[in-house]
Design a protein around this ligand. Structure first.
Ligand code: HEM
Length: 183
C-alpha cells in the first residue's frame, strides 16, 4: 500500500501561499518604514493589497477544498500530544491567513483607501472612514503578521525535525520532491 500524502492542489496552494506570505511580510515591513517614494509607493501598496486579497481568496478556497480532500492522517508513531499541537498550529495558521488580510482590508477602508485586486476591481468598503479605528486595525495587522511569522518558524522547524531526526513521512507528504524516508 502506498503512503498517503496531500493531493497535488493542496500541495501547490500550501507552497504558493508560503512564498506569497513571506514576500508580503518583507514588502509590508518596507512599506511601513517608508522605503518607497511616490509614485512607486502607490504601485507597491496596490501590489501588496492585491496579493493579500489573493491569499485571502486562496485560503477560503483551501478550507473548502480540505473538506472535499481531507488531509491524510498523521503517522501513528506521533504521540497524541504532538498531534494535538500540530493540529492547533494548523488551525491558528488558517486563522492568521484570514485575519491578517481582513485587518489590512479594514485598515485601508478606515484610513479612506480601497482594497484593490490588481487592475480588475476594488473590493467593497467594509467600513466608513475612521482613522482612529484604522490605527487599531493597523496594530492588529502588524501583530498578526509577526505572530504568524513566529508560528511559521515553529511549524517549519517541527517539519524539519520530523524529516531529519524522526525520519518519518510528515514533510515528504507536503514536499514529495524529497526522497521518501523509509519509516
Ligand atoms: C496574508 C496577507 C498579508 C500579510 C502577510 C501582510 C503583511 C504585512 C506586514 C508584515 C506589514 C508591515 C507591518 C509593520 O511593520 O508595521 C504590512 C503593512 C501593510 N499592509 Fe499588509 N499584509 C497582508 C495583506 C494585506 C491586505 C489584504 C491589505 C489591504 C487590502 C494590506 C494593507 C497593508 C498596508 C496599507 C500596510 C502598510 C501600513 C503602513 O503604511 O504603515 N495588507 N502588511
Amino acid at each position: 500500500m502506498s503512503t498517503p500524502r496531500y493531493d497535488t492542489l493542496s500541495i501547490a496552494i500550501h507552497w504558493i501561499t508560503t512564498i506569497l506570505f513571506l514576500g508580503l511580510c518583507a514588502v509590508g515591513i518596507m512599506m511601513a518604514n517608508g522605503v518607497f517614494e511616490p509614485p512607486l509607493r502607490y504601485q507597491v501598496y496596490n501590489l501588496h493589497k492585491s496579493i493579500g486579497v489573493t491569499i485571502l481568496g486562496l485560503t477560503l478556497f483551501r478550507i473548502v477544498w480540505r473538506f472535499i480532500k481531507p488531509a491524510p492522517a498523521l503517522p501513528n508513531t506521533i504521540k497524541p500530544r504532538d498531534k494535538f499541537a500540530a493540529h492547533t498550529a494548523h488551525k491558528l495558521l488558517y486563522l492568521a491567513l484570514i485575519a491578517i488580510p481582513l485587518s489590512g482590508w479594514l485598515m485601508s477602508n478606515a484610513f479612506g483607501f480601497g482594497a484593490p485586486f490588481f487592475d480588475f476591481f476594488t473590493l467593497p468598503a467594509l467600513i466608513e472612514k475612521n482613522p482612529s479605528l484604522g490605527k487599531i486595525f493597523s496594530s492588529a495587522h502588524t501583530f498578526g503578521a509577526f505572530a504568524a511569522l513566529a508560528l511559521i518558524g515553529v511549524h517549519a522547524l517541527a517539519a524539519l525535525y520530523h524529516h531529519y531526526k524522526e525520519r518519518d513521512v510528515v514533510l515528504w507528504r507536503m514536499l514529495p520532491l524529497l526522497k521518501q524516508p523509509q519509516k
